[in-house]
Every structure is written in C-alpha cells, then in structure tokens.
Design a protein around this ligand. Structure first.
Ligand SMILES: [Zn+2]
Ligand SMILES: [Zn+2]
Length: 305
C-alpha cells in the first residue's frame, strides 16, 4: 500500500499547501484508490500525480468542514469525463448526502456512473473483501471521524526448505500447495498446506484521523497502526489555542502515536502560520516525544512495507 498526500494545509489553501485530501493506493486490489477527504482543488492536485480519477472507487469524508469537502462535486463531475464508469461509494457524516445530491442537482451535473452515499456514525464498521474499516467519532465541534483500516492477514511464506527436505522439487506444485488446503499427489501422498506454510503475515493497519482535539481515549483506536495520520494544526506551545479551535498540536500527535504504540506517525493539516523555516521545529518537537514522525507536505508519498 502507498499513501499520497494531496493537500496538507489547515482551513484554507496557501501557496505551498492545498486543503485536505489523502489518496490510499491499494496495490493488490487491481490498483484501486481510496480517497480520504476532498478539499477544494483536489482534482487539480491529482493532475500533478499519476493518480487516475477513474481508479478512485471509494471516498471517505472525515467531516463536513469546507476544507475537507469543497472539492468533492468537482471531482465527481470530472471523473465522468475521464473514463470513470465504475461505481463510487462515498462514506461520511450525516449531511453528506444532502450536500452531494444538492450540489449535483442544482448544477445539473450528470454522472455517468452510479454513486452510493453511506452516512456513518461512531462505531460504524465497513466490511470489504480484504479490509475492515472501523469508524470513531472525534472531538471537533462538529461530527468528525477517524477511520482505522485493517487489512486481512495473508498466508505466510512457503517453507521451501521443508518441501525440499521431503524431496519435493520446486515447480508448479509449490503454487498448488500454497493455494489449496491440501492436495493429493501421486508421488508424495496428501500434502497439507499448514505443514508447509510459515505463520500468517499480519495485515497492515492505517489509521486516518479527521480534525480533532487530542483525547487520551483515542489511544486504543489507533493502537499498533503501521501508519497513523493525525493533524498537527498548531505547534507544541499553542495547546490552549488548539483546544479553543478543536484542533491538536505536534506534541499531542506524537503523544498519541507513542501511547498507541504505532510504527509511524505522519502529521498533516498544518496551519499556514508556519512557514518552511518552521517545519524543522515542528518536526523536532514531535520527534522528541515519538521518533518515527514525519511531517507531510503536498505530494509527500509514503510506502507501507
Ligand atoms: Zn480542516
Ligand atoms: Zn475541521
């Protein structure tokens, strides 16, 4: 899986940061892309990447503030002109349906593909073939949500040494052993997969949180994520301001990452009050609490291994 940040600014666009949007590339799923939030001009940002809008088949909205949704009607409409015939499912808080349906209706926008809008609430669980997505309500003055995306475990590696010790040579048989619970062979008798596979490979966990104040109670929701994406609108000093505006600081982001025992923290939703010269400080104050922290910029690309 890979993540591309399409917009990393807070509230309003600046020259260096557009408003929120994140693309999650599911490499094993025939190149599907899931989009998280769709601030204004997200489709312009996409033009600077290799992302094909027709491959976006799910959109998850964290909350209904303009900097997270004003790009949605435009993106949906343009997708019709870009060979997007496949259905799109859009998840988000109550009110999302009204917003999309009204914007498309009064602008007389016609989509040549079906959309399904699913309004979520705290505790919603979305089940996909290879993923389960958990939803948690955050603390942002209006309903705002986090998404915890849990990939299914995959079968472990074939234990080649063990197969060879039994005299089974490498070849198509190896593939058959891996994809069947057992196979009946003429030369080697019945071979059970479980005897020749290493332990299951745990699926990846990516948690993408919407705008929010920091709360200790988020810890179990983000626990053991391979990647936690969390807002850091303010620097460590501005904790009071962050609280007042229902946002978080760098230090709070790092504290959550540390308490949740995640592998990697990526901070985003950075206020335009901070300029290039400040980024090092923002990163430093977070890394003092949690070392494996990055600060996303627009088009920052992260591979999840
Ligand atoms: Zn925002
Ligand atoms: Zn917001």
């Amino acid at each position: 899986m890979e993540i591309t940040f399409l917009g990393t600014g807070a509230g309003l666009p600046s020259k260096s940061r557009n408003v929120s949007a994140i693309a999650l590339h599911l490499l094993q799923e025939e190149n599907q892309i899931w989009l998280f939030d769709c601030g204004e001009a997200t489709q312009h940002q996409i033009l600077h990447t290799s992302i094909k809008p027709r491959k976006i088949n799910k959109i998850f909205i964290t909350h209904l503030h303009g900097d997270h949704i004003f790009g949605l009607p435009g993106l949906l409409s343009s997708r019709s002109f870009q060979g997007g015939d496949d259905a799109v499912t859009i998840y988000g808080p109550q009110g999302l349906r009204d917003y999309i349906v009204t914007a498309l209706r009064i602008s007389k926008s016609h989509l040549n593909y079906p959309i399904t809008i699913k309004e979520i609430k705290d505790g919603t669980v979305i089940k996909e073939d290879n993923y389960t997505i958990y939803v948690k309500e955050l603390d942002h003055g209006i309903p705002s949500f986090g998404y915890r995306i849990v990939e299914k475990d995959s079968p472990g590696e074939l234990l080649v040494d063990k197969l060879q010790a039994k005299g089974i040579p490498a070849g198509p048989l190896y593939g058959k052993i891996k994809s069947n619970e057992y196979i009946n062979t003429k030369d080697y008798g019945i071979l059970y997969r479980k005897d020749f596979l290493g332990p299951d490979k745990p699926g990846k966990i990516i948690t993408i949180m919407g705008d929010t104040r920091y709360q200790e109670s988020f810890t179990s929701f983000v626990e053991r994520s391979d990647v936690l994406i969390y807002e850091a609108t303010f620097n460590a000093e501005q904790e009071d301001l962050a609280f007042q505006y229902f946002h978080s600081t760098t230090k709070q982001a790092a504290t959550l990452a540390k308490e949740g025992n995640v592998k990697q923290l990526i901070m985003t939703h950075i206020s335009s009050r901070y300029q290039l010269a400040d980024y090092e400080d923002l990163l430093k104050e977070a890394r003092e609490v949690f070392r494996d922290t990055e600060l996303a910029n627009d088009f920052y690309h992260h591979q999840i291994r």
